[in-house]
Design a protein around this ligand. Structure first.
Ligand SMILES: O=P(O)(O)O[C@@H]1[C@@H](OP(=O)(O)O)[C@H](OP(=O)(O)O)[C@H](O)[C@H](OP(=O)(O)O)[C@H]1OP(=O)(O)O
Ligand SMILES: Nc1ncnc2c1ncn2[C@@H]1O[C@H](COP(=O)(O)OP(=O)(O)OP(=O)(O)O)[C@@H](O)[C@H]1O
Length: 375
């Protein structure tokens, strides 16, 4: 008998349905018909040996896919083969957080030949059919478009993908899922002293100035430093900026209460600060700590609120923690330099591009709130 592999294989008859995508990965739901035999084991056992599916009518191997999503990487110079990325995650990321505060991940072999080719064909034909449907219904905003900024980039022909903890809604009535990127929870080390904006507020202000010029919709104004503030009014403010108008006031209050009591975001902030004290202009991109800091500045938080009164615990996990590539060095510099040079940190941007000062670091924000209270 061949050595038992420590990771499963996707069976031939699996159906994958697109769930969502970011810049570097696409996430699929996995549908495996019950009773499906384990492909790798069937091939690896000799004819005379009893196969596990015959021994166990409810195969344990199928449970490896329960409550899991499949995350596949895109073909980009900044992504690395999944197996190597996973090793780095095991070595540098997983040890930083308790297992129940992180989206668990494990390797899965993409064995049905051509699985990636097929998924890429699906993406291409989806883009083409949605192009046609936008022409036909040009006055409608089609809901079934592949996000425009993601089009033209497809999956890498990788031998592996990742099985990740499914943090989507279970569909239970009263359950709420909140997903957000906390981004930079403390100031960029290369920002000027006495900045009026933190890194993320400076980045958002610059983006919004550009968008205002081209008439695009603006990014929501939210200061990530508020997410780790000790002040209940900051927590209420950031919760409503993050969640309103989609979520009802009860869930906004619940989220603010979670912000007050959770330790995950404080821990994230501590690591961001500790692992990079130099910043992207002079930091050493060959230093793994620096790359981990950059990774932690771009991760996602998933919070699952069980129905009120269920007595169950809130589940909060960090995801999207693939360690960044040092090849992003030039990109990071290209983002940071204009924030300094064009005055976005200092709040001295060109008059015609002026953006509101809503950052926790900005005295104007406090004056404005005082005025609002007095009036
Ligand atoms: O530079 P930032 O802060 O805008 O972050 C990028 C993200 O933009 P956003 O969170 O929308 O502002 C960006 O996200 P989107 O493309 O906007 O979804 C990526 O996450 C990018 O990382 P990578 O290229 O996938 O490794 C992110 O790049 P880095 O985290 O490597 O800087
Ligand atoms: N474990 C998960 N549970 C539920 N949804 C998920 C999970 N992982 C990813 N998603 C969904 O898929 C989307 C894209 O996934 P992910 O953030 O991993 O992509 P990415 O390309 O690495 O993102 P980025 O643009 O930040 O680089 C997420 O925004 C989220 O909506």
């Amino acid at each position: 008998m061949m050595a038992v592999r420590d990771h499963p294989t996707l069976p031939d008859n699996v159906t994958l349905s697109y769930l969502a995508e970011g810049a570097a990965n696409i996430v699929y739901r996995i549908h495996i018909p019950p009773g499906t035999p384990q492909p790798s084991v069937l091939e690896e056992y000799g004819d005379d040996e009893p196969q596990p599916t015959e021994i166990d009518s409810a195969p344990i191997w199928l449970r490896q896919f329960e409550n899991k999503l499949l995350r596949l990487r895109k073909d980009l110079p900044t992504t690395s083969p999944c197996a190597a990325g996973h090793d780095t995650w095991l070595r540098l990321i997983a040890p930083l957080f308790p297992a129940d505060q992180i989206v668990h991940q494990s390797l899965v072999e993409l064995r049905p030949p051509g699985i990636i080719t097929k998924l890429n064909e699906e993406l291409r034909s989806w883009e083409q059919s949605s192009e046609r449907s936008t022409i036909k219904k040009s006055h409608l905003r089609s809901l079934d478009l592949r996000p425009t900024q993601r089009q033209g980039i497809y999956l890498a022909e990788d031998d592996h993908g990742l099985l990740v903890t499914d943090m989507t809604s279970s569909g239970e009535s009263g359950e709420e899922i909140i997903e957000f990127k906390p981004k930079w929870l403390c100031q960029s080390p290369s920002a000027p002293a006495n900045s009026k904006r933190c890194r993320q507020c400076a980045r958002a202000a610059r983006t919004n100035a550009r968008r205002a010029r081209t008439g695009e919709h603006l990014m929501p104004l939210l200061c990530p430093l508020d997410l780790v503030s000790k002040s209940p009014s900051d927590l209420e403010l950031v919760s409503s900026r993050l969640l309103a108008p989609d979520k009802d006031p009860a869930i906004i209050r619940r989220f603010a209460r979670w912000l007050e009591t959770n330790t995950l975001l404080q821990q994230l902030r501590t690591y961001q600060e500790m692992l990079d004290q130099k910043g992207v202009l002079v930091g050493d991109v060959d230093d793994e700590n620096f790359l981990v800091a950059m990774t932690l500045r771009d991760c996602t938080v998933f919070v699952r609120f069980p129905p009120e009164g269920s007595g169950r615990e809130i589940e909060a996990r960090l995801g999207d923690l693939d360690v960044k590539s040092s090849r992003k060095k030039d990109y990071w510099r290209s983002i940071e330099l204009p924030l300094i040079e064009e005055g976005w940190y200092a709040g001295t941007e060109n008059k015609e591009d002026r953006q509101p000062l809503i950052c926790r670091l900005s005295p104007e924000r406090w004056n404005k709130r005082r005025e609002e209270k007095d009036s």
